[in-house]
Design a protein around this ligand. Structure first.
Ligand SMILES: Nc1nc2c(c(=O)[nH]1)N[C@H]1C(S)=C(S)[C@@H](COP(=O)(O)OP(=O)(O)OC[C@H]3O[C@@H](n4cnc5c(=O)[nH]c(N)nc54)[C@H](O)[C@@H]3O)O[C@H]1N2
Ligand SMILES: Nc1nc2c(c(=O)[nH]1)N[C@H]1C(S)=C(S)[C@@H](COP(=O)(O)OP(=O)(O)OC[C@H]3O[C@@H](n4cnc5c(=O)[nH]c(N)nc54)[C@H](O)[C@@H]3O)O[C@H]1N2
Ligand code: SF4
Ligand SMILES: [Mo]
Length: 714
C-alpha cells in the first residue's frame, strides 16, 4: 500500500493506494491519516482514471500543417528557445505573456519552481487564475493585516455558529478553510448545539445540511453586511475584545454604516427585517460565532467590499485571533514570512486598460486585450501553465481569438483541450500519482497545523518529465537579467524540489534547525517520510499582534480605498432597470467535477446531468419553459443552449449554471469530455465586469436573458 495526499482540492485527504507493477489497483481513504481519517470523495478515486487516461499526453508535440507530431524533449526545448528569443529580440521582454492556472497551487513541484521560472522571463505580462477567484482576499489581508497571505481561518472544530455567505463547501470542500469532510464538521457543530446558517441565492447542498438557509439576490450582500454591522452596534453586540483594541478607526466604521438600517436593506436583498434581526441576535448570542464567505461574495462586483466587511464583523464580534473564532496558521513552512517581501501590489499598470498589478499579476480578464491590442509591449508569445483560460476566463470567444492570433504559444499541460489546441507546442508533464506531494500552500490556510509528505506512488517512464523539470529547462534557456542573477537562477533551477522542501522544513518554525536550538524532534523530510499519516504540529493559536505585518502593528478597519469605493454601494439603493438582460446569472460547483479539467474521466461522468440551467418555476412559466427543455441563454457577449432544470431551490430572477463546461472545438482531443460537452458559461461573460478595487472578475450576478428554443415542426 502507498499513501499520498490527494492534491485535487483544498481538503488534503489522505489516500491509500494499492499499486502493483506501477499500476493502480485501487484507491481508498487512508484510515490512519491524522487529518482526514479515511474521508475521500469521488475525485480522489478518479486519480486512477487520470493516470490511465488514453488522451493524456506523455511526450511533447508540435503543431504541423498535417496535424500534431510527437517530437523529442530536446527538439521541443530548442523550438521554445528559438521562438521566444526571437519574439523578445523583436518586441522586448513584455511581449512574452504567461498564464498560470489553479493546479499550479496544488502540484508541489510546480508550485516550488513556478515563480523562479516566471521571474526568469522578466515580463510584466503575467496572469493567473487568482484574479478569477482570490485577489479580493489578498487585497483585504494586505490592507487590514499588512500581508496578502495573512488569511484568518474559521476554527471550525471549536466554533458554535458559522454563517456561510456565498460558499458551498459541501461541493467545493471549502476554500481558505482547508479541512477534510465538511459534512462531518457541520454535523458536529450541530450536535454540540451550535448552528450553521447559509445565505445564498440557491438552496445549495450545504444549505440543505445547514440549520437555516436564507435566499439573497446576487450582489446585494454588501448591503446586508453593512446592516449587520450597524445592527451589532445598535444592539450593543460589540464587546471590548483583543481584536478590537488592536484595531484602528472603529468610530469611523460606526458612522459609515449608520445609514444602512435593516429596514432599508431588507427589501433590496430579498430578505426580511425579521431574518436579519434573527441572524444578528444569533451572532451576538453564540460565544463563538464566525462569518465566512468565499466565491459567491468574492467573484462579484463588490468582491473586496464584502470580504472587508466580513472581516470587520469578525473583529467586532471579538472572534478574530481567538480560539473558536478565526485564527491564523503557523505551518511547518511559514510561507507568510518567507514571502513577506513579495506581498506587494499597485506598483504598475496594464498597458491597455490600466489595471493595477496585484502580487505581480494583471487581471486575467484583460489577457485577451493585451494580446489583441496592437502597440508596444503587445503580447506575441505566450506560455500557459496548468490553466484553461479558454474556459475559465470571461468572454472566452475573445480569449480564443487572442490565443489563435499569437506568433507562438507553448502550453505545459497533459491534454489537448480548449486552450492548448491553440498552442504551437505542448510540453506535457507527469501528473497526479506520478508526483510527490507536500501541500505547502494549503497548510497555510488550513484549520489545523499539520504536516505530511507523500512520495510519488508511481514512477515515470524515461520519456516523461515533471513540470519542475520542464520549467527548470525553460528557466535556463530563457533567463534574462545580469550575470549574477543568471548564475543564481541557474543553480536554483537545478536543485530538486525535494531538497528545497527539506531545507524549508528544517529551517521552519518546527524544523530541526528552526528556533534557537537544534531540535531533535524537529521536522525534516526524513522524519515526515516515516509518518505517511502526517504529524500534528500544534493547534492554531492566537498570534497577534506579533504576526501583524502592518507598519504600526495595528489592524486597519477603514482602509482609504475601501471607504472611497463605498460610493459605488449607493447605486444599489436605487432600483436599476436592466430590462434587456433581466436575469442574474450565478455559478455552481459539483463534487464530481473540478473547474474545467476532470471531465475526461469516465468514473466521474455518472449521476444526473450536471451542466443544466437552474431556474425558478415562476421565471420558467413567464418564458413558457417546461422542465428539461432546451433554452437559449444570451448576453451582449454571446449565447449558449442549455437544458432547463426547473426548481424552487433558486431565488426568482436568478439562474445558475456551472462553469468549466463546453468541451467543443474541432481541435479538442478529449473523447469523454466531448461526448458530454455541456455549455460554456464564460461565453456570456463581459470581461470588463470587474470588482473595481481588486480587478477580480465579477462572474456572479451577471445580467443575461433567456428565450425558449422553438422546435421546428416537420
Ligand atoms: N464562470 C465562472 N468561471 C470561473 C469560475 C466560476 O466560478 N465561474 N471559477 C474560477 C476559479 S475559482 C478558478 S480557480 C479558475 C480555474 O481556471 P484555470 O486554472 O484556468 O482552469 P482549470 O479548469 O483549473 O484548468 C487546469 C488545467 O491544468 C491542467 N493540469 C491539471 N493538473 C496539472 C499539473 O499538475 N500540471 C500541469 N502542467 N497541468 C495540469 C489541466 O489539464 C487543465 O488544462 O476558473 C475560474 N473560472
Ligand atoms: N468539487 C469541486 N471542488 C472545488 C472546485 C470545483 O470546481 N469542484 N473548485 C475549487 C476552487 S478553484 C475554488 S476557488 C473553490 C470555491 O469554493 P466555494 O467558494 O465554496 O465555491 P462555490 O461552490 O462556487 O460556491 C459559491 C456559492 O456562492 C453562491 N453565490 C453566487 N452568487 C452569490 C451572491 O451574489 N451572493 C451570495 N451570498 N452567494 C452567491 C453560489 O450559489 C454558490 O453556492 O472550490 C474548490 N473546490
Ligand atoms: S475532498 Fe478533495 S482532497 Fe479529498 S479526495 Fe476529494 S478531491 Fe481529494
Ligand atoms: Mo479557484
Amino acid at each position: 500500500m502507498k499513501y499520498r495526499t490527494c492534491h485535487l482540492c483544498e481538503a488534503m485527504c489522505g489516500l491509500a493506494i494499492e499499486v502493483q507493477n506501477n499500476e493502480v489497483i485501487g484507491i481508498k481513504g487512508h484510515q490512519e491519516d491524522i487529518y482526514s481519517h479515511g474521508h475521500i470523495c469521488p475525485k480522489g478515486i478518479a486519480l486512477k482514471d487520470l493516470h490511465n487516461d488514453p488522451n493524456r499526453l506523455k511526450q511533447p508535440i508540435k503543431k504541423t500543417a498535417s496535424g500534431w507530431q510527437t517530437i523529442s524533449w530536446d527538439e521541443a526545448f530548442s523550438i521554445a528557445e528559438k521562438e521566444f528569443k526571437s519574439i523578445r529580440k523583436k518586441y522586448g521582454n513584455d511581449a512574452i505573456g504567461t498564464y498560470t492556472g489553479n493546479p499550479t497551487v496544488h502540484n508541489t513541484g510546480t508550485a516550488i519552481t513556478l515563480y523562479d521560472t516566471i521571474n526568469a522571463l522578466n515580463t510584466k505580462n503575467r496572469f493567473a487564475s487568482h484574479s478569477l477567484d482570490s485577489v479580493p482576499v489578498f487585497l483585504v489581508n494586505q490592507m487590514m493585516f499588512g500581508h496578502a497571505m495573512m488569511a484568518p481561518i474559521p476554527d471550525i472544530d471549536n466554533l458554535d455558529y458559522l454563517l456561510i455567505i456565498g460558499a458551498n463547501p459541501m461541493a467545493s470542500n471549502g476554500s481558505f478553510m482547508s479541512t477534510p469532510n465538511i459534512r462531518e464538521k457541520i454535523k458536529s457543530i450541530q450536535q454540540k448545539g451550535g448552528k450553521v446558517v447559509v445565505i445564498d441565492p440557491r438552496k445549495t447542498e450545504t444549505a440543505t445540511k445547514a440549520s437555516e438557509h436564507y435566499f439573497i439576490h446576487p450582489e446585494k450582500d454588501v448591503l446586508l453586511l453593512l446592516a449587520i454591522i450597524n445592527e451589532l452596534v445598535l444592539q450593543d453586540g460589540v464587546p471590548t475584545s483583543k481584536a478590537l483594541l488592536l484595531s484602528d478607526h472603529f468610530e469611523e466604521l460606526k458612522t459609515m454604516v449608520q445609514p444602512y438600517t435593516k429596514e432599508m436593506v431588507a427589501p433590496i436583498t430579498g430578505m426580511t427585517v425579521e431574518q436579519i434581526t434573527h441572524i444578528v441576535d444569533d451572532l451576538i448570542k453564540h460565544s463563538h460565532s464566525v462569518v465566512y464567505g468565499r466565491l459567491g461574495v468574492n467573484t462579484q462586483s463588490y468582491g473586496t467590499l464584502c470580504q472587508w466587511l466580513i472581516t470587520c464583523i469578525n473583529v467586532l464580534l471579538g472572534q478574530l485571533d481567538e480560539k473558536g473564532g478565526l485564527l491564523f496558521t503557523l505551518p511547518a513552512i511559514d510561507y507568510v514570512t518567507l514571502m513577506a517581501h513579495e506581498s506587494k501590489m499597485f506598483r504598475y499598470s496594464s498597458r491597455v486598460k490600466s489595471y493595477k498589478e496585484i502580487v505581480g499579476e494583471f487581471p486575467t480578464a484583460t489577457l485577451a486585450d493585451e494580446i489583441l491590442t496592437e502597440g508596444k509591449n503587445q503580447i506575441r508569445g505566450f506560455i500557459s501553465i496548468a490553466g484553461n483560460p479558454a474556459r475559465s476566463a470571461p468572454n472566452s470567444q475573445l480569449v480564443e481569438k487572442a490565443l489563435a492570433s499569437l506568433d507562438f504559444m507553448l502550453a505545459i499541460d497533459m491534454y489537448i483541450n480548449e486552450t492548448t489546441q491553440h498552442a504551437d507546442l505542448i510540453m506535457p508533464p507527469a501528473v497526479g500519482l506520478e508526483t510527490m506531494h507536500y501541500s505547502f500552500v494549503l497548510h497555510m490556510i488550513a484549520t489545523r497545523n499539520t504536516t505530511k509528505f507523500s512520495p510519488a506512488p508511481l514512477s515515470i517512464s524515461k520519456e516523461q518529465r515533471y513540470d519542475w523539470q520542464i520549467m527548470g529547462e525553460l528557466q535556463r534557456r530563457l533567463f534574462t537579467g545580469n550575470i549574477l542573477q543568471r548564475i543564481k537562477s541557474n543553480i536554483m533551477s537545478r536543485i530538486h524540489p525535494k531538497t528545497k522542501l527539506d531545507l524549508a522544513l528544517k529551517t521552519g518554525p518546527y524544523g530541526v534547525w528552526g528556533g534557537r536550538f537544534l531540535r531533535k524532534d524537529g521536522v525534516s523530510l526524513k522524519r515526515l517520510k516515516k509518518h505517511p499519516e502526517g504529524i500534528e504540529l500544534a493547534p492554531l493559536r492566537p498570534v497577534l499582534p506579533k504576526r501583524l505585518f502592518t507598519k504600526n502593528k495595528r489592524i486597519e478597519l477603514m482602509p482609504e480605498i475601501f471607504v472611497e469605493e463605498m460610493k459605488k454601494v449607493e447605486q444599489l439603493l436605487t432600483p436599476q432597470s436592466a430590462e434587456q438582460y433581466p436575469l442574474k446569472l450565478i455559478g455552481r460547483r459539483h463534487l464530481r467535477s473540478n473547474n474545467s479539467w476532470m471531465h475526461n474521466l469516465p468514473v466521474l461522468e455518472g449521476g444526473s446531468r450536471r451542466c443544466t440551467m437552474m431556474i425558478h418555476p415562476n421565471d420558467a412559466a413567464s418564458h413558457s419553459i417546461e422542465p428539461e427543455e432546451m433554452v437559449e441563454v444570451y448576453s451582449e457577449f454571446g449565447a449558449i443552449s442549455i437544458e432547463a432544470e426547473v426548481t424552487t431551490n433558486i431565488i426568482p430572477g436568478t439562474i445558475s449554471i456551472p462553469h468549466g463546461w463546453g468541451h467543443y472545438g474541432d481541435g479538442v482531443q478529449m473523447e469523454t469530455a466531448k461526448r458530454n460537452a455541456g455549455a460554456n458559461i464564460n461565453q456570456l461573460m463581459d470581461h470588463n465586469r470587474l470588482d473595481s478595487l481588486s480587478y477580480n472578475m465579477a462572474f456572479n450576478g451577471h445580467p443575461v436573458a433567456i428565450r425558449k428554443i422553438e422546435t421546428v415542426q416537420t
